[in-house]
Write a protein that binds this ligand. Sequence first.
Ligand code: FNR
Length: 443
Amino acid sequence: MPYGVHAPMDSVQPARPDAPRDPGPRQTRLQKLPRRHDTVLARSDARNPQVCCVGFVSDTDIKTPRGRVSPLSGRLGSRPVIDEPINIADFERVAAEKLEAGVLGYFAGGACDEVTLRDNVEGWQRWRLRPRMLVDVSAVETSAQVLGAEVSMPILVAPVAYQRLADSEGEVGMARAAAAAGTVMCLSTLATARPSEVAAEAPAGRRWFQLYCFNDKAVTRALMDEAIESGFEAIVVTVDAPPGGRRERDLRTGFKIPEGLGVPSVQAALGVDREVTIEETFSLMDPALSWSDIEDLASDCSVPVLVKGVLTAEDAVLAVEHAAAGIVVSNHGGRQLDCVLASADALPEVVDAVEGRAAVLVDGGVRHGTDVAIALALGADAVLVGRPALWGLAAAGEEGARRVLELLRDELELALALCGCTSPAELSRAHVQRAPGASVYSV
Ligand code: FNR
């Protein structure tokens, strides 16, 4: 078995005959393989007990297969637990071990009972790919066009607030990672770095700006202007907040954004010297925002305007009618209204309603290249990832975020080849169907 293979739990033998089959999360068993004399490290996945991560590590050498000790390695006592993260779940575990409980809850959590948070991940698994065989896939490329510009892969970085909670470089590190991976980073209004700072510190990359709209239109305008003047290529207006969702994990841990982490873009747009808190920022946002405001904003904006947070065909049509260049099918990663449709379930009706009149992107629960392939087959132009990139950033800073993006790109490339496609553009509805037993939507 090669390094880093996912195996069903059943295929991993307990270390001792009397050992329980499932040790639960964060427990590790070692087993000698008779043929290879390698040590197998097996560790159950807390969220998916059917799956465990397996890697080979020699008894005496904790170096990686490339001959260096991985900065991402975990250990159990003096023994390495797993050599390097080989999937997003591994990155999440490494991040979870590094982050303080309140911060972890803020990043990982969703609204209320987290029905939608879980459903976002499971939603992609309610679809099945329909691969085609005997297609020449000797040359497969992952590059794609999004809003008329090329990206190395149709996988973008979603706007995520307060990234300096994950790593001291925060959004600047994330922007550099996205640039190195050849894709777009979308910077949040609630970022811990201003658009101008990100542009100066990570000049190579392509960037979009996520906008919250304020009661005072001059504040909204100032935010947009700074981003556009700093070279940001699109404005993504988030419409599923405010108000903020009820995040029970934060209530339980008592988590509050620490003093010293303000919202510098809003501070600048307000023209004040003091730190602006998240509570003040939310209190200044416009809860009466309407579709005509979106049209006004789009008609007075020199870059494309996308609407993020659409989950229905009805709103998708309204977005197109009110001049949106793109729609992001999103439920804010399950953090706003709980019990809404998973993004994977909402995507087809939005694609059908838009009829090619605007770009359709989707985020929420994308954890594998196969999820990306399913989204593209259902008609999305691209996906965005929020937590996966964040777990990379928390695990190993800029390098970690870059490796997450490269991992997803590699997985997409493999999925394309195995589907019989040489590029993302070749994926179509013919490549996807509802999983047997899944009932929400059929194509
Ligand atoms: C977010 N998201 C988000 N969206 C937005 O428009 N503005 C924001 O400031 C934030 N902030 C934010 C913070 C954190 C901690 C998370 C996890 C998410 C939502 C984000 O853009 C995206 O929609 C989801 O993260 C996608 O789901 P996954 O990929 O995290 O499952």
